[in-house]
Design a protein around this ligand. Structure first.
Ligand code: SF4
Length: 431
């Protein structure tokens, strides 16, 4: 048996793809190793969303090539979004890379790898039909299982590289998804998270996302359902209604807004206005009272004036997000916005980023502090990393909570705890 080591960068979809790769390679004569020094195949599953992710990966390749030295049979390769994005540059700049595979070429990987010391290869063809529906991922044991229910994206927001590197939108058959959910339940997972670049655009053979949620809600053994990331434009009345009616769908949603300025949203081609987004938030809050919301924010998009930036700060206050992922705009070659001149300098982008982070931290801390004294339900995941003798888990609202170990509480337990302290990122509870 040959051994494979995979290092994963980027989003949760990439982590799920690594599980898929382990499943597929595992059934084709490869065993997983956690040690690159002893691996026959070393694979970096990469991200192309931001330039700095790519630079990090190039640096890491330099380290790995030193491990490969003296072991000519070892095959070092790159998979994922960056493989698709910069394949030509990769092979020119990094001649020691043996193979490059894009996100739609994983099925062919065992065959392409062939024998030890085989010829270098590149396979980055995008495939409009590939969903890997028949390939079972190999997951680490846990309490939360992630299932990719659709791949690709048709939205083409002007800043985003995803549609170019992951191809067009396609969904898995509902039966293949439910098989995975039942398997997760049988393996002891308590929570399922549906994944997709625009997850609520899911549609296959007449089953839409609302219907998928309803049917998942009736699967025994799974107690919590989440999904990420939905696109505001695909958040139909039917999906909102299903969220409200399905008791297992958690009161928590990551709803990317990107900017609080209609002018910037229009040039990002996001497909909604601030007013429509706020109306959507209102409808979600009616359907799922107390829902916790998080978002993505980009500052310094080309053309973003101070007034646009102020509008973003104002929208963030108005919605009252529980948390946010906030970034400086990073130009990605191949996107529409990459053809436009940057109008916000890096220093100014940094100032704006610091300002949104500071505001959000304050807001997150204030929201969490209101929970002090209340009882929250926590799905326990395992030992807390930074507190000996404590456990960590997530609340229904996807907040991290730590609680004292003991009393027979094991990973997978769902416990009610009383919040005694709170910071912007963590709730401290007493059992
Ligand atoms: S919806 Fe927009 S931001 Fe999200 S993946 Fe598609 S193109 Fe990118």
């Amino acid at each position: 048996m040959r051994s494979v080591y995979i290092e994963t960068y980027g989003c949760q979809m990439n982590i799920a793809d690594t599980e898929l790769l382990f499943g597929h390679l595992g059934r084709n004569g490869y065993q997983r190793t956690a040690d690159p020094q002893s691996a026959d195949v070393i694979l970096l599953n990469t991200c192309a969303i931001r330039e700095h992710a790519e630079e990090r990966i190039i640096g890491r390749l330099g380290d790995l090539v030193r491990m490969k030295n003296g072991r000519p049979d070892v095959q070092l390769g790159i998979a994922g979004c960056m493989a698709q994005h910069v394949r030509d540059k990769l092979m020119d700049r990094l001649p020691f890379v043996d193979f490059v595979v894009g996100p739609d070429a994983y099925r062919r990987l065992p065959e392409l790898l062939g024998e030890p010391g085989g010829d270098p290869f590149v396979d980055v063809r995008l495939d409009k039909a590939e969903t890997y529906a028949d390939i079972a991922p190999r997951r680490e044991a846990g309490v939360r299982g992630w299932i990719t229910i659709m791949r690709g994206c048709d939205k083409f927001c002007t800043f985003c590289i995803v549609p170019f590197v992951r191809g067009r939108e396609r969904s898995l058959p509902a039966t293949a998804i439910f098989d995975q959910v039942r398997q997760l339940a049988a393996d002891g997972y308590r929570e399922v998270v549906y994944l997709g670049q625009t997850v609520n655009a899911y549609r296959h053979d007449g089953v839409d996302f609302a219907e998928l949620l309803r049917r998942t809600n009736s699967i025994d053994g799974i107690e919590r359902i989440r999904f990420t990331s939905p696109h505001p434009s695909d958040m139909s009345a039917a999906v909102i209604e299903a969220m409200g009616q399905c008791d297992k769908v958690c009161p928590q949603l990551h709803l990317p807004v990107q900017s609080g300025s209609n002018r910037v949203l229009a040039s990002m081609e996001r497909g909604y206005s601030v007013e429509q987004y706020v109306d959507l938030v209102d409808r979600l809050r009616k359907a799922k009272p107390g829902i916790a919301l998080s978002t993505d924010i980009i500052v310094g998009f080309p053309g973003e004036e101070e007034s646009d930036f102020e509008a973003t700060l104002s929208l963030m206050r108005q919605v009252g997000y529980d948390s946010a992922f906030m970034f400086k705009y990073s130009q990605r070659e191949g996107t529409k916005a990459a053809k436009w001149d940057e109008t916000v300098g890096d220093e100014e982008k940094s100032r704006r980023l610091q300002a949104v982070i500071a505001q959000q931290e304050e807001q997150s801390a204030a929201i969490n502090r209101k929970l002090i004294g209340s009882t929250v339900e926590v799905l326990v995941e395992g030992p807390a990393r930074r507190r000996d003798g404590w456990l960590v888990g997530k609340t229904l609202h996807f907040k991290t909570a730590v609680l004292p170990a003991g009393g027979g509480i094991a990973p997978g337990a769902v416990v009610d705890v009383r919040v005694s302290e709170a910071t912007a990122h963590t709730l401290v509870a007493s059992a």
